[in-house]
Ligand binder design. Structure first.
Ligand code: KG4
Ligand code: ZN
Length: 339
């Protein structure tokens, strides 16, 4: 890696302010400041998120450089998330990246947040055996649910995606109904381990092709609980673990059905998951069992690269750097951006 570039990467698309320093695709530091301010609201409040990014960005970048032991003048490029995400949040990272690239007179590299989740699998050391192309990637986060066919670093096609809520949202909204803290996905995961997954059932939607829909399941969850609570007002308290296990199991069944269909259709035998929900232990287990049965190599990302982080922005930026990308200073943040 001697001649590889030093890249500073910045991620601020939602409610995590993160900065990383990489040499090539090797991570030297990956600092994340999460925003506890949203907990009281049970979801991300965009205006509070952008204010918190403003408070965090300078100390987080400073920490990333210090941990990596790199001085700003040693950097070769700055990569940053330019979308998709919350506009006010993206603007903080975008403005910071542009100013720093201008001051240091080095290339500015815009990165698509969803490409970065996928490319996190190419971080040096992410897997014992490095992942090889082509691979399929199920990207599951608070904002997205996609099955992506990845032919190369620069060639990715979305085979299917959610037409309404993301699966992370389905976890978080159910957790809110159960009175669990935000974000609820990790809490449901934790409690599900202690419960019976066949305790309750919920209506599952099944769309054509490789698309998903989760909004109906969330409604079915709410109605099922309301019905039970008419009989037993303490139903949630009495059966919290079983409710979590049943709901998580239902979400995973829906995810796996399209995963299996997409794999059969493409016949690609490398399968990865990415995004916040890829930390889910039930999903990891379901994929591992399916992979072992069907001779499909499963790539589970290390936990620090599942939820939003700048290391994944850095690795995506590195491959663009190799292609000579240097965006003009007129480059803007975009809340919605084509895959
Ligand atoms: O990728 P991410 O950090 O942010 C977005 O780009 O959305 O994903 C956040 C989502 C949240 O919905 C959170 O509840 C979910 O990932 N999540 C989990 C787990 N850890 C994080 N969902 C289920 N099980 C988990 N262990
Ligand atoms: Zn994300």
């Amino acid at each position: 890696m001697q001649n590889a570039p030093y890249i500073l990467a910045i991620e601020s698309s939602c409610d995590d302010t993160s900065a990383a320093v990489l040499i090539g695709n090797k991570v030297l530091s990956n600092e994340v400041a999460s925003q506890g301010v949203h907990e009281a609201f049970g979801g991300v409040v965009p205006e509070l998120a952008s204010r918190a990014h403003q408070q965090h960005i300078v100390p987080v970048v400073d920490r990333a450089l210090k941990v990596a032991n790199i001085k700003p003048h040693e950097l070769h490029a700055i990569a940053f998330t330019n979308g998709p995400g919350l506009l006010g949040s993206l603007l903080v990272g975008t403005s910071f990246a542009k100013s720093m690239a201008l001051a240091l007179n080095i290339p500015l590299i815009p990165v698509h947040h969803m490409h970065a989740h996928v490319l996190a699998h190419l971080i040096d050391g992410a897997h014992e055996t490095p992942i090889s192309f082509p691979f399929l990637c199920l990207t599951v986060s608070g904002g997205h649910t996609q099955i992506v066919e990845v032919q190369s670093v620069n060639s990715m096609t979305v085979l299917g995606e959610t037409i309404d809520d993301a699966v992370g949202e389905a976890f978080d909204k159910a957790a809110k109904i159960l009175g669990l803290p935000y974000p609820g996905g990790p809490h449901i995961d934790r409690l599900a381990k202690l419960g019976n997954p066949t305790f309750m059932s919920f209506n599952k939607s099944d769309l054509p092709d490789y698309n998903y829909s989760f909004s109906g399941m969330k409604t079915s969850f709410l109605y099922a609980l309301q019905k039970e609570m008419k009989r037993n007002p303490n139903f949630i308290k009495d059966h919290l673990n079983d409710i979590c296990a049943s709901y998580q199991s239902a979400l995973i069944k829906v995810l796996m059905k399209k995963v299996e269909a997409a794999q059969k259709f493409t016949n690609i035998s490398n399968f990865a998951i990415a995004g916040g929900v890829s930390a889910n232990s039930g999903l990891r287990e379901a994929l591992t069992v399916w992979g072992a049965k069907n001779d499909i190599a499963i790539y589970l990302p290390p936990f620090q690269y599942t939820t939003d982080n700048a290391a994944m922005i850095g690795v995506a930026g590195y491959y663009q750097y190799l292609d000579g990308v240097n965006a003009p200073l007129s480059t803007s943040a975009q809340a919605k951006i084509k895959f």
